[in-house]
Structures are given as structure tokens and as C-alpha cells.
Design a protein around this ligand. Structure first.
Ligand SMILES: CC(C)(COP(=O)(O)OP(=O)(O)OC[C@H]1O[C@@H](n2cnc3c(N)ncnc32)[C@H](O)[C@@H]1OP(=O)(O)O)[C@@H](O)C(=O)NCCC(=O)NCCSC(=O)C[C@H](O)C(=O)O
Ligand code: MG
Length: 295
């Protein structure tokens, strides 16, 4: 299980940027971006004839030590493709923070992936991130999330999910909400981090910002991104606002002043111990983000 906000190992993952590992300019640019994590992609963003070079680039990027505090992951090609085994072996040898596996559909697949990572000598710090992006995964998401302690992050693949559902991308994402909610329930039931899917229109800042807010309100820990222009708005949306931090401090102060009463009020609102836990979580996230700025 992954560390939750408030524990020492908690790590912000507000903004998680994909980039094609075949694109050397993007690999260089990423070193300058304020993202919490990077997904060095070998899958959909890389053409078949560029797969081998992309694999070498991604592993070299991980080994370079040039990405600072940013969490580095490699997205391998899906199980059953001609590239998967070599991608997984190479990624394990490079030792990123995470290996992202697309289109995971069952707990058995998770266990096989973890066994393969161990057989390939993946270092202990290399975790498995599973992408949930098929109807089958929606039905098995809790078993997938619970299948291994090495699986620490779930990543929504909303492009593939929409494709498989024959759904349309619409503001508010009504066609995807059942899947998003099932996966969120699975993440919270198992203590796993969960990241929202990407927003495809890199020129629509307003639509993107609205989808970030929706993702945060649903309960996602952060969002996956496709372009540098999306980073700042995403970081802002998934960080507690100044008003939220002030409110959380007020809740804690009111609770302390209540000195053992089971219920108090803050700004006219009910405060019970569960609200205190929420306030503590908000402050823990805020402090973890502030600590990043000091790095
Ligand atoms: C969408 C893009 C193809 C646009 O690329 P481009 O035309 O080069 O954009 P810009 O000219 O505006 O770029 C400006 C500079 O920023 C760098 N850049 C661009 N994108 C990235 C990036 N993702 N990471 C890092 N740096 C980036 C450019 O190199 C320019 O740099 P410079 O010249 O030095 O100023 C492109 O953005 C792109 O390829 N995005 C990622 C696409 C991708 O990874 N897709 C796969 C994942 S999405 C997905 O499908 C998830 C899931 O599987 C699902 O099913 O939903
Ligand atoms: Mg996908």
C-alpha cells in the first residue's frame, strides 16, 4: 500500500507528464518543467520503428540523474505485444521510480508483472504503476489494486477507455464517470494513489482547468498531462488553496479549543473527528508541496 498524506513517505503527484521517449527535445525540456512526475513513454506516443531507440533514450534518461526531484517512470508496451518483455527487462535494469504498464486487466497480470520485475532484478524502489483503461479493468479494479504491495499507483487511461466504450469526449465526462468512480473506489479501498487521465486539447486552457477541478473534486491525487502548457494549472488545481489551508487550520484550532468535546463548530459548520482527519490531510499535502519548493 502507498503512503497516504500525513505519513513521512507521502509524495505529491499533482502533475504527471507523458512524453514520447523518441522525442529528444521533449526529454530535454522535461528537466526544466515543474512537474511532480514524468512518464517516459514507449507505448502509444512512439511509432513502431522508433520503439528500440525510444527504449534506449528512456533508460538513459533514468540513469542520467538529470531530472532532479521529479519522479521518473517508464511506460512499457502492453503485455502480449512484441516489445513488452524487452521493455520490461530494460526498464528494470535502468531502475526508474516506477514502471507504468498499460491495459492491465486482472490481478493475475499484476502478479505476473511483479514476478517478471523481480526476475529481471528491478531495484526495490522501482514500483509498478498499473493503467486502468479497458472495460475489463473497470470490473476488476479492486482486485488489480490489491494484487501486490509493489503496485502503488493506478493511472486512468481515458482515451483508451472512451475508445473501448464507443463513447465521446464531452465536457463533464458523463460517459466515463462510472469507470472513473469505480477506480477511485478501488484506490481508496486499497490505499493506492490514483491519477486522472489526460486532456487532449492542448489549446483549450479553460476546458483543461475545468477538468482538473473535476478530477480533484472526484478525489484524484493528480492528473496525467500531455503538454508543458498544462503543468501550472494542474499543480494549482491539485494543491490545497490558501483558503482551504486557512480553513483546515481553523478546524484544528476549533477542535483543540473544544478540548475533548465530540463535536464543535467552525465558521458555523459541524466539526467532528472525521473532519479533523480531513483537515490534517489538507495540511500534510500543503506541507509536502512546500517542502518540494525548498529542494
Ligand atoms: C501533443 C504534442 C505532439 C505537441 O508537440 P509539439 O508540437 O512539439 O508542441 P510544442 O511545439 O507546443 O512544444 C513546445 C515545447 O515543449 C516541448 N514538449 C511538447 N510536448 C512535451 C511533452 N509531452 N513533454 C515534454 N516536453 C514537451 C517541445 O519539445 C517544445 O520544446 P522546445 O522546442 O525545446 O521549446 C506533444 O506535446 C506530445 O507528444 N505530447 C505527449 C503525447 C503523449 O505522450 N501521448 C501518449 C500518452 S496520452 C494517453 O493516451 C494516455 C492513455 O494511454 C489513454 O489511453 O488515455
Ligand atoms: Mg491508453
Amino acid at each position: 500500500m502507498t503512503a497516504q498524506a500525513g505519513s513521512a513517505a507521502y509524495r505529491p503527484r499533482r502533475s504527471v507528464l507523458y512524453m514520447p521517449s523518441s522525442n529528444e527535445r521533449a526529454l530535454a525540456k522535461a528537466k526544466t518543467l515543474a512537474v511532480d512526475a514524468l512518464i517516459l513513454d514507449l507505448e502509444d506516443a512512439v511509432a513502431p520503428d522508433a520503439k528500440v531507440q525510444a527504449r534506449e533514450n528512456a533508460c538513459a534518461a533514468v540513469r542520467s540523474g538529470e531530472y532532479g526531484r521529479r519522479e521518473l517512470t517508464i511506460r512499457v508496451n502492453a503485455i502480449g505485444t512484441q516489445w513488452h518483455d524487452d521493455d520490461l527487462r530494460a526498464a528494470c535494469a535502468a531502475g526508474p521510480d516506477g514502471i507504468v504498464v498499460p491495459k492491465v486487466g486482472s490481478a493475475d497480470e499484476v502478479r505476473s508483472l511483479v514476478a517478471a520485475m523481480e526476475a529481471a532484478g528491478a531495484p526495490e524502489h522501482t514500483m509498478l504503476w498499473a493503467m486502468l483503461e479497458t472495460p475489463r479493468a473497470m470490473f476488476h479494479c479492486e482486485e488489480i489494486a490489491a494484487a501486490s504491495d509493489r503496485l502503488t499507483v493506478l493511472v486512468m487511461g481515458t482515451n483508451d477507455l472512451a475508445k473501448e466504450l464507443h463513447a465521446e469526449h464531452v465536457p463533464g465526462r458523463a460517459p466515463l464517470l462510472t469507470g472513473l468512480s469505480l477506480c477511485l473506489l478501488a484506490a481508496r479501498a486499497t490505499g493506492t494513489v490514483i491519477l486522472d487521465g489526460v486532456y487532449n486539447d492542448v489549446q483549450d486552457g479553460e476546458g483543461f482547468a475545468a477538468e482538473c477541478v473535476q478530477g480533484r473534486q472526484l478525489g484524484f491525487d493528480g492528473k496525467t498531462l500531455i503538454h508543458p502548457s498544462q503543468v501550472d494549472a494542474c499543480n494549482e488545481a491539485f494543491a490545497p488553496s490558501a483558503a482551504a489551508v486557512e480553513d483546515a487550520c481553523g478546524v484544528l484550532a476549533a477542535w483543540k479549543a473544544g478540548a475533548g468535546a465530540g463535536v464543535v463548530t467552525h465558521n458555523g459548520r459541524l466539526v467532528e473527528s472525521l473532519h479533523v482527519e480531513t483537515a490534517e490531510r489538507v495540511l500534510a499535502i500543503d506541507q509536502a508541496i512546500a517542502a518540494l519548493a525548498e529542494d
